[in-house]
Design a protein around this ligand. Sequence first.
Ligand code: FAD
Length: 319
Amino acid sequence: DVVVVGGGPAGSTLAALTAMQGHRVLVLEKEFFPRHQIGESLLPATVHGVCRLTGVADELAAAGFPRKRGGTFKWGANPEPWTFSFSVSPRMTGPTSYAYQVERAKFDEILLNNARRVGAEVREGCAAVDVVEDGERVRGVRYTDADGREHRASATFVVDASGNGSRLYRRVGGTREYSEFFRSLALYGYFEGGKRLPEPNSGNILSVAFESGWFWYIPLSPDLTSVGAVVRREMAGKIRGDSGKALAALIAECPLISEYLADARRVTEGPYGKLRVRKDYSYHHTTFSRPGMILVGDAACFVDPVFSSGVHLATYSSL
Ligand SMILES: Cc1cc2nc3c(=O)[nH]c(=O)nc-3n(C[C@H](O)[C@H](O)[C@H](O)COP(=O)(O)OP(=O)(O)OC[C@H]3O[C@@H](n4cnc5c(N)ncnc54)[C@H](O)[C@@H]3O)c2cc1C
């Protein structure tokens, strides 16, 4: 009934919900999970709301991800860091006033396996190449498997949940419009031994504005921290060339992040050993559907990461 392209949070959520309704669902995911992705700081409405609907909330709770009670910001006129807690909202006080900081490789795999568990068929290593059309209507996709063999999958609906990097979204028509204001770039890596905020906020995201942009500082475990510099486009020169030197120079520009990383070591091996750059984000597509096809998650739109909204918008759009 439904072919879902992409097994990230948007695709696995839609696949789970649709399979739970008794429909036949096929997920095509081009990578083999676990795979790296950015977007590690979550919101309560995702982990207690959407993930409760898909039946995966308890498994997430048992996975040992650090609890995020809110955000701590050094931003604006106030020279001291200030903290907001999710619990200040009357709608969120009580047992659901926290989210998680997640290693996306683990989080996305839990969600994708949950989609399998509730009845979706998931084929990893399978990349959608194009949609199959019948006049106005989309009727399926062409895809290649891990051996490069081409296949066709027919369905009443094709869901493009392939994130920001694929080109499938173009087949829905319309255009992708980029925000001029939020056309920033991010350079990020991982550190061991970084300092933690004082309790009870040690699991908070720390966001720090500085001359060239802002930093995220996300505790992924007692020892591992995700650190990213988001710089405005006119500062793009600061992240060209040697990424290691560029990140070190940006950290040196920002006293609070320098202090938090004073005794830390950058991870240089394994899945967290690479420095990565993401650019040209913040966009929306002018149309989200055509007969037989819809866009969800980053395939449809993405807003600047400053409020950690990406995974929530991805999963919520799948409802
Ligand atoms: C710098 C930066 C920082 C961010 N920080 C945060 C944050 O702190 N919190 C937050 O919530 N969000 C954050 N985000 C946003 C977050 O990364 C995304 O919004 C989220 O991952 C979107 O989920 P998705 O399922 O739509 O796409 P994805 O997570 O990208 O998943 C798409 C999947 O589709 C697969 N795929 C791609 N092409 C094909 C194909 N042709 N065939 C089959 N499969 C395919 C990919 O392999 C991938 O697994 C950040 C984003 C950026 C750029």
